[in-house]
Design a protein around this ligand. Structure first.
Ligand code: GLV
Length: 293
């Protein structure tokens, strides 16, 4: 905010739900720049209401919340915040892999519920990572950063990628001990992991999702976890945030985090700073630092 306020006049949107939407539609008229969060739906209606917009600066690497084609059609630049959040998101992916494979959530619930019977030799046994295969679906910046960390834990890596390298998704699902999703949400990746894909995974395998909720069919995942088709899952994102599919909540074999992938002070500061610098550059008639596509 300080960086933006030093360079331009800034207004902040307010309210929740419908009120927030009405406020955004009213305020965007006549503004040259819009700074948006992943939770803001920047569709054609908002874009057309923004009759003076030059830039939409999303404070996230993913930009599925923005109708980029509509923006482009109106000559508006869309920017995101790549790179600065790669480490934080990859770190958090490892946190989720460790939490689910070492049954941290189950153990913590015992302690908080006062039901820990005390140490026992064969209690809450998890899965060791060394020698196991991590299947990375989407081998971009974050996928590669996750691979580097997992190799330090002794895991071998398999991956799918939009380019020719990597292995087919079917083979990755059938052979991996942990499957971690790092593709952006697009029409092609919506429900990429549904009932048939979960059925292809090893019964001993774990699914990790730190990208976008709709990449996984949440109802199918709950069914697969309940019926032990896979050993467990750890999720940071959901199909209808902040809602979580009610069938997931009672399950012990799932770790549920509230969309924390990039949530460190350092990273969120860097994301905000990059979005502000994109706005300032474009309003000064300069090229943006990180425009999308
Ligand atoms: C967060 O979800 C992001 O896409 O940066």
């Amino acid at each position: 905010m300080a960086r933006l306020e030093a360079a331009c006049q800034v207004e902040q949107c307010a309210g929740d739900g419908d009120a927030a939407r009405r406020d955004l539609l009213a305020r965007v008229a006549g503004k040259q720049a819009l700074v948006s969060m992943v939770t803001d739906t920047i569709d054609r209606t908002v874009i057309e209401a923004g009759d003076a917009l030059k830039i939409i600066a999303n404070v996230a690497v993913g930009y599925n919340n923005i109708d980029v084609a509509a923006a482009r059609g109106c000559g508006i630049i869309v920017t995101n915040t790549p790179d600065v959040l790669t480490d934080a998101t990859a770190d958090f992916t490892l946190a989720l892999i460790l939490a689910i494979t070492r049954r941290l959530g189950e153990g913590e619930r015992w302690l908080r519920g006062g039901t820990w019977p005390g140490w026992a030799f064969d209690q809450l046994l998890g899965m060791q990572l060394r020698g196991k295969q991590l299947g990375i679906v989407g081998y971009g910046r974050i996928g590669r950063a996750v691979a580097a960390r997992a190799q330090a834990f002794g895991m071998t890596i398999a991956y799918t990628s939009r380019s020719d390298a990597g292995i087919p998704l079917d083979r990755l699902l059938a052979t991996s001990d942990v499957v971690s999703l790092h593709v952006p949400l697009t029409p092609e990746t919506r429900h990429l992991i549904g009932q048939p894909e979960l059925a292809r995974m090893k019964r001993s395998a774990y699914l990790i999702n730190t990208t976008r909720g709709p990449v996984v069919d949440e109802a199918a995942l709950a069914w697969a976890l309940k019926n032990r088709l896979i050993a467990g899952a750890a999720l940071d994102v959901y199909e209808r945030e902040p809602e979580v599919h009610s069938d997931l909540l009672p399950l012990e074999n799932v770790v549920l985090a509230p969309h924390l992938g990039s949530a460190t002070t350092e990273t969120r500061t860097a994301m905000a700073d990059l979005a502000a610098r994109n706005v300032i550059a474009v309003l000064a008639g300069e090229p943006p630092l990180t425009s999308v596509g």
